[in-house]
Design a protein. Structure first.
Length: 626
């Protein structure tokens, strides 16, 4: 058979929409900063005789005027992501539709004719000498829509930067070329320093990111704050559906160099960018940044090929089992699924990966808790309780991976706002998620500093010194059963044979504003093992406290008890205590040395075989006003 000639597009300055489009058909409009606003304007201006056109779109950096009531006879919007008030109002008033879908799966809706596209309206850069046009700042689902559409109408815009990767369409894949220069829409994505709450969340996220990790991060104040606190990290990479000015700046600073990436090493992988003109200039002809379709970038299997993949996404609310609501406020749809599940799943499958959900602990000026016992009526779960490894608020990091429902609830209550913690504990106890004997709500230890814990390097290993949490109940059981009889004898002056769940729960349920329970933990990802525990019990009538320690045998001699004691002396001084005391067996020479080196003085003991020690905080100068 004779070879068919390649299709040649119609190049025109005046589109005849009556020949391109018919009433009742479905059109796709380009996304994000590549929304072809000029094409839509031309269609609206020349739409006589057309009606009931379904507009399929995702996020568009535009005012979305075509979704306003005055255009309801011409257009019906069907969006995969609710971007801005115009679309949100249209959806929640029933004038537009919201179709929940993973970003990785939207292309299949087009190419499998589940949502067949009659006409795709897209924006491209001018063609090169080989006839290829770059999709520029937005490849994402534009690529699939253009390939699946019956007719492709392309606005050829000289302002569109040429980007590399799988970002090109050949002219014979296009039907109409309409030359029209217009500025690429910009957005402020690099947020100035935010509130103390946002900055603290950014600090906690940064603490979860190791040197050499690969990042997926979105836009907004929390993302900007997290990236600000990564300025001292090294060898970071990016595999993210979106990149912003913050990513550009870290790349210019040398923090992001992609050298340690295990998938597409030495290159940022993305599907679209939104930001300033400086960002668009930066990505133009940049061989170090590859733009790829959503089905490739958002594929969980591809995401997981990056070792130490970190995904950072936000939420509207999280329930106490770890279910994440992020596209609706009750029955009111607010945003969309986007890439949250794709990247949470991919990061969870990655070697050393960490899926993170980050949000302020409250909403509406602190009147509503975002951590809730049950998701509100009408809300939809986007990310399941099985996907989430970490939830971050301004009160800390809740580690959920491998945790039981009881442990998850206690971890999440710990990072909820303090004024809601007691109510949350009461709610979960009604359903036996937390046992009846778990009475104490988590209390912070502000004396440990801004992030609530201290990082230690001991014998070349990394540890955290932090409060003992209510969710540590099982870890404390494991710690107890790791001890030899000799350690138990020296610590308890007896050999207890059982550490029941109820007993362990009692020991971790500490009112840290009065008593104090600190521990040193070896943390590796979601795995944590207690190495040492130090406590003091307040003796209010003497404005004093009694101190005790126990250390895991394999780390005895590492100085952990000395470190814990120094921290407890400091905190007792800040809290205005007059003295500290301890009772130690006289044959426990190691512990006696720890106390005496810290300034404790032996006193007459009531019991034979015991040594009573006392530290005068007023005389030692440790006592300070909090």
């Amino acid at each position: 058979m004779p070879k068919q000639p390649a299709k040649q597009p119609v190049e025109t300055q005046q589109l005849d929409w009556s020949k391109i489009l018919k009433s009742g058909q479905r059109i796709f409009i380009g996304s994000h900063a590549a929304v072809p606003i000029a094409l839509i304007d031309d269609l609206v201006a020349n739409s006589k005789g057309l009606h009931d056109i379904e507009v399929v779109q995702v996020f568009t950096l535009a005012d979305n005027y075509w979704a306003k009531p005055e255009y309801k006879q011409l257009f019906k919007v069907n969006t995969f992501y609710i971007s801005g008030g115009t679309i949100r109002d249209a959806v929640n008033e029933g004038r537009a539709d919201y179709t929940p879908a993973f970003s990785s799966d939207i292309p299949n809706l087009f190419n499998q004719d589940i949502l067949p596209i009659d006409v795709a309206l897209i924006m491209l850069a001018p063609g090169d000498k080989y006839g290829y046009h770059s999709m520029g700042v937005s490849v994402d689902i534009v690529s699939a829509a253009a390939k699946a559409a019956r007719v492709v109408v392309a606005q050829i815009n000289p302002a569109m930067p040429v980007t590399y990767g799988q970002s090109f369409l050949h002219r014979n894949q296009l039907d109409y070329l309409w030359s029209h220069e217009s500025p690429i829409p910009t957005a402020v994505t690099s947020e100035p320093e935010g509130s103390k709450i946002i900055e603290r969340i950014g600090q906690y996220i940064a603490l979860l990111v190791d040197d050499g990790a690969t990042l997926q991060i979105g836009s907004g104040k929390i993302s900007s704050a997290a990236l600000r606190y990564l300025k001292n990290h090294r060898d970071l990479g990016v595999h993210s559906e979106m990149i912003t000015d913050d990513i550009m700046q870290l790349m210019l600073d040398g923090v992001i160099n992609n050298r340690k990436k295990t998938f597409h090493p030495n290159k940022i992988v993305t599907s679209f960018c939104v930001g300033s003109q400086a960002l668009y200039d930066f990505v133009a002809h940049n061989p170090h940044i590859g733009f790829y379709p959503s089905e490739y970038v958002n594929s969980p299997a591809n995401i997981a090929r990056n070792d130490h993949m970190i995904s950072i996404n936000s939420a509207i609310e999280v329930d106490l089992t770890g279910q994440v609501v992020s596209d609706s406020i009750g029955s009111q749809f607010y945003s969309g699924i986007g890439g949250q599940v794709d990247f949470s799943r991919g990061a969870s499958m990655s070697h050393g990966g960490k899926p993170i959900i980050a949000m302020p602990s409250t909403a509406k000026d602190g009147t509503i808790s975002r951590i809730v016992p049950f998701i509100r009526e009408g809300a939809g779960v986007i990310t399941t309780r099985g996907h989430v490894h970490y939830v971050v608020t301004e009160f800390g990091v809740a580690s959920l991976r491998g945790k039981s429902v009881r442990e998850r609830a206690l971890e999440l209550i710990r990072v909820a706002h303090p004024k809601f913690r007691e109510g949350l504990l009461k709610d979960v106890r009604k359903h036996y998620w937390v046992p009846h004997y778990q009475q104490q709500t988590p209390v912070d230890v502000p004396e440990l500093g801004d992030v609530g814990f201290k990082e230690l390097t001991i014998q070349g290993h990394e540890y955290d010194l932090r409060p003992l949490y209510p969710s540590d109940e099982r870890r404390l059981q494991e710690f107890f059963y790791s001890h030899t009889k000799e350690t138990l004898q020296l610590r308890y002056n007896a050999v207890p044979t059982q550490m029941s769940r109820e007993k362990s729960c009692t020991l971790v349920s500490v009112d840290q504003s009065k008593d104090l329970a600190l521990c040193i933990v070896r943390q590796k990802g979601s795995a944590a093992q207690i190495q040492a525990v130090g406590r003091y019990y307040l003796i209010p009538q003497h404005n004093s406290c009694e101190v005790a320690f126990v250390t895991r045998e394999v780390v005895q001699g590492y100085g952990m008890a000395t470190t814990l004691l120094a921290e407890m002396i400091r905190i007792a001084g800040l809290r205005g205590l007059n003295s500290m005391q301890a009772v130690v067996r006289n044959d426990n020479s190691a512990m006696l040395n720890v106390f005496e080196r810290a300034g404790f003085v032996r006193q007459p003991a009531d019991e034979p075989g015991e040594v009573y020690l006392r530290l005068d905080l007023t005389a030692s100068g440790a006592k300070k006003e909090p």
